[in-house]
Design a protein around this ligand. Structure first.
Ligand code: NAD
Length: 454
């Protein structure tokens, strides 16, 4: 195996960077550094740990534009999106910088003494992340893990390691040595080693359901804690009584944002049959208007796919003769481009309906009534996200309770916020990130009893 990792720019196919390729030895060394740093980080007074996390947030803020540019080039995402994502990285660190002093316990009435609980950190936590939102997803894990008193080893995706490596340098300016460690190497060597390492207490993983399954199985041998954020095939459910114009204007970017490489992509657009033709008419101009092109142009709304392999995988869902109802534009020439594509009418057994495509391909599926909408929405192994569009508030709440996903939004397609929990039902994952709940996933409850009777 080569000793360097070639990092490409998906919009040009040019080499953006060559970096050392970490292997098992580097993974072990990173775990050893994190383990050595753990006692000091854990013992630090909560207010002091909070202060350092605020200082880290200040450092991120000063580097925001540099990080955004690096992420835009390495992941091929529009620069305006990359700025928004780096803003979320910053907000995530600010939010959890307040947490060290709020890791509260309970006092529990029992006989013969005093019983109370405290929250203890886990130790060294391994974070394994994908290429679609590289630093953002890493921040969702790093910030609560550090706030709770753990030290970390982050393994970014091989395709997009650059912002993680820059982050390691920034963290090194502010935090004690060894608290934050990054190892950029392949999943099957570095990732696998972290999952098996006896000194790693927990693995927090975001990626495909297939790799998540393997990680859960491998983590079992050391009873590691695991948080898994996996795939999705989310439904965007649009009832006849919805504000159709708004729903149609919002639907394209809910699936074509980040070129469809989004675990929350609302890639199944479910529309009540009585309005489906009207909906398609309203949808078309919005799909055709998506500006696909150079990620570094301020006007770009959608960039290329991450790799040639990803482009081929996405293309396999749109073979010759596929029922393409709407196709947007994409540049020619170098770069892994794929035009926004809407399939309709589509057989419900088509792979494009059932599988996570992770590219800019949406299917439109008609339904008769509320019961059928819920049944179709739930007819998937996944359960991550989704939307409901209706002007009937009671129906909105009924359907929101009936759809089996961890996150839902009504009359909007935004569902990820720093302050609210995020994660999946069913095979979309285990555990929650963000919001107050993430801290539970990076700490253990300890119950202490103090006898007061002689
Ligand atoms: P992937 O599963 O191929 O890789 C994710 C990470 O796991 C990478 O860092 C990779 O190197 C590592 N890895 C691979 N094999 C490993 C192994 N055997 N042991 C340990 N680590 C290993 O996923 P991807 O292609 O990078 O990302 C796309 C997937 O991520 C999609 O399925 C998408 O839905 C999912 N995703 C989910 C969320 C969420 O929050 N639910 C968010 C973003 C992406």
């Amino acid at each position: 195996m080569s000793a360097t990792l070639q990092v490409l720019e998906p919009a040009t196919e040019a080499v953006l960077a060559e970096i050392p390729r970490a292997g098992v030895e580097e993974a072990d060394a990173a775990v050893a550094r994190a383990r050595a740093a753990y006692p000091g980080w854990r013992a630090m007074a909560p207010a002091d740990r909070a202060k350092l996390l605020h200082r880290l947030a200040d450092t991120i803020e000063a580097a925001l534009e540099e990080l955004a540019l690096l992420e835009a080039r390495n992941a091929g995402k529009p620069i305006t999106d990359a700025r928004g994502e780096m803003g979320m990285v910053l907000d995530t660190f600010r939010y959890y910088a307040g947490a060290p002093e709020r890791m509260l316990g309970d006092t529990i009435p029992v006989g013969g003494g005093q019983s109370f609980t405290v929250r203890e950190p886990l130790g060294v936590v391994a974070l394994i992340t994908p290429w679609n939102f590289p630093l953002t997803i890493a921040a969702w894990k790093m910030a609560p893990a550090l706030a709770a008193g753990n030290t970390i080893v982050l393994k970014p995706a091989e395709l997009t390691p650059l912002t993680a490596l820059r982050f390691e340098q920034l963290a090194g300016e502010v935090l004690p040595a060894g608290v934050v460690n990054v190892v950029a190497g392949p999943g099957r060597t570095v990732g696998q080693r972290l999952v098996e390492h006896p000194d790693v207490a927990k693995v927090a993983f975001t990626g495909s359901t297939a790799v998540g399954r393997a990680i859960a199985a491998d983590a079992a041998s050391t009873i590691k804690r695991v948080t898994l954020e996996l795939g999705g095939k989310s439904a965007n459910v649009i009832f006849a009584d919805a504000d159709l114009a708004r729903a149609a204007a919002a639907a394209p970017m809910a699936v074509f944002g980040n070129a469809g490489q989004d675990c929350c992509a609302r890639s199944r657009i479910l529309v009540q049959r009585s309005v489906v033709e009207r909906f398609m008419e309203l949808l078309e101009p919005h799909v055709l208007a998506i500006a696909v092109g150079d990620p570094l142009s301020e006007a770009t709304q959608m960039g290329p796919l991450i790799s040639a392999g990803q482009r081929d995988a996405v293309a396999s869902y749109v073979p010759d003769g596929a029922p393409v109802a709407i196709r947007g534009s994409a540049p020619d020439g170098p770069g892994y481009w794929f035009a926004p594509t809407v399939l309709f009418p589509v057989d419900r057994h088509d792979r494009a309906v059932g599988e996570e495509i992770f590219g800019p391909v949406a299917t439109v599926i008609p339904f008769e009534d509320e019961a059928e909408a819920v049944a179709i929405a739930n007819d998937t192994i996944y359960g991550l996200s989704g939307s409901i569009w209706t002007e009937n508030g009671a129906r909105a709440l009924r359907v929101a309770r009936a759809i089996e996903t961890g996150v839902l939004s009504i009359n909007t397609n935004t569902s990820v916020r720093v302050a609210t929990p995020f994660g999946g039902f069913k095979q979309s994952g285990v555990g929650r990130e963000l919001g107050p709940h993430a801290l539970d996933a990076y700490s253990e409850v300890k119950s202490i009893f103090y006898a007061t009777e002689g």
